[in-house]
Design a protein around this ligand. Structure first.
Ligand code: FAD
Length: 380
């Protein structure tokens, strides 16, 4: 971002409110583009207050196509390609792999597989489906995922899908931002309307922005973290089931995230017994080898969702952007959504010499129409 000659030396170009997933990733892109960035987060540098802390961080555009509309799948596929370059240059290790997603089902639930297949094919672009879906027999499954040998008669391997370690990412972004000279304000809650002084303010507070984004709601999600040495799943596995669809996402060091419930509630209280039983029973039905796993954590947070379940980058016409609505696809979509927010911030700053909102005429419609996902943007 080009420096304005008139700006004060201490005033940041951009103040970001909320240092969860979207806030940190956007800050990282802005600082790499040359902006002076200040980040304000009510929680800690680890990111433990964020929905992004609890997430499984699967990057699965095709598997999600069964429950999400085509624009999510397209943005997600683009995001998956961009993760390696975003992680590159961070000062700490972040586990990222593209070893695919495996989808399996118990034979009585075969109807679920038919529905999953139909919805996935309806919402995914042909280019993503080509080479992106492989039918595997029970015998092939033993080679693809030895931990599940003999457990299922068939499944699908979606070989191009990815995953990352969310907590490593949040920590590495904090470290990268500190190293790059960002102004970092942890344990700093920003009250509504009391925004910091900056050329541009970007609100990435997730559910914390509900006071101003009145149609935003939280969707409660619960996950279990277990330690299961010796099971050795190679990739996230989704178990289709009419009542208890679950995933198990392996992390490094034999850690697994089993998730996730999806409840129409903003209740952040601890996990219910019912949810714990459902998640753990489903995991045990995947392979009894999980029976000896140790339960490390039971986690709860709420996904920030707009009524259409689509993300938004909203400009107020002056100095404020809001990035929100990442719902259950935050990790999948964040590269595309924050990349677009970064592009808008840069365009606004450059077109006004750093004086965003001060009597300038930014050609919003032309700019928006030039972007790959114009519907992402709102004005007003
Ligand atoms: C159980 C679960 C599983 C998930 N699994 C996946 C998955 O596998 N793949 C995937 O792509 N996505 C997944 N997600 C979704 C993903 O985690 C979210 O979409 C994403 O975290 C949203 O990012 P965000 O930055 O908008 O919000 P958050 O990550 O919640 O960050 C918002 C930040 O703002 C801070 N904040 C709020 N109010 C204030 C304030 N007033 N002042 C200062 N700071 C404030 C909060 O402390 C928080 O750190 C999952 C989510 C859940 C809950």
């Amino acid at each position: 971002m080009s420096a304005s000659t008139s700006r004060s030396a201490s005033r940041p170009d951009v103040a970001i409110l909320g240092g969860g997933l979207s806030g940190r990733l956007l800050a990282w892109q802005l600082i790499r583009a040359g902006a002076r960035v200040a980040l304000f987060e009510r929680g800690d540098a680890d990111g433990s207050s964020a929905a992004g802390w609890v997430a499984a961080a699967m990057l699965a555009p095709l598997a999600e196509a069964a429950v999400a509309e085509p624009s999510i799948v397209e943005m997600g596929a683009a995001g998956l390609e961009r993760w390696p370059s975003l992680i590159d240059g961070l000062p700490e290790h972040v586990f990222f792999q593209r070893n695919g997603t495996l989808v399996v089902w118990h034979q009585p639930d075969r109807a679920e597989a038919v529905m999953f297949d139909r919805r996935m094919r309806a919402n995914a672009p042909p280019a993503l489906l080509r080479g992106g879906v492989e039918r595997v027999t029970g015998a092939q499954l033993s080679e693809v995922e030895p931990a599940l040998a003999g457990r299922f008669q068939e499944g699908w391997l979606l070989p191009n899908e990815g995953q990352l370690d969310n907590r490593q990412l949040l920590r590495a972004l904090a470290a990268g931002l500190a190293k790059a000279g960002a102004e970092l304000h942890w344990h700093t809650e920003i009250a509504e309307g009391a925004y910091p002084d900056a050329g541009l303010v970007i609100d990435c507070r997730g559910l914390g922005a509900r006071g101003v984004l009145t149609r935003l709601r939280g969707v409660r999600g619960e996950v279990v973290r277990i330690h299961a040495p010796g099971v050795g799943l190679r990739r996230p596995v989704r178990l289709l089931h009419p009542r208890y669809p679950i995933y198990i996402a392996p992390k490094e060091n034999d850690l697994y995230v089993i998730g996730a419930t999806e409840l129409e509630s903003e209740d952040m209280s601890p996990m219910t017994v019912r949810s714990a039983l459902e998640l753990l029973s489903a995991a045990h039905s995947l392979t009894p080898a999980f029976g000896e796993a140790r339960i490390i954590e039971l986690n709860v947070n709420c996904r920030p969702a707009l009524p259409d379940h689509l993300p938004r980058v909203q400009w107020d016409g002056a100095r404020l952007l809001r990035v929100n609505g990442l719902y259950r696809h935050g990790y999948l979509l964040a590269p595309a959504v924050t990349g677009e927010a970064c592009a808008l911030a840069q365009a606004l700053m450059q077109s006004t010499g750093g004086q965003v909102g001060v009597g300038h005429a930014f050609d919003w419609e032309t700019w928006r129409a030039s972007r790959p996902w114009p519907d992402l943007f709102r004005h007003g």
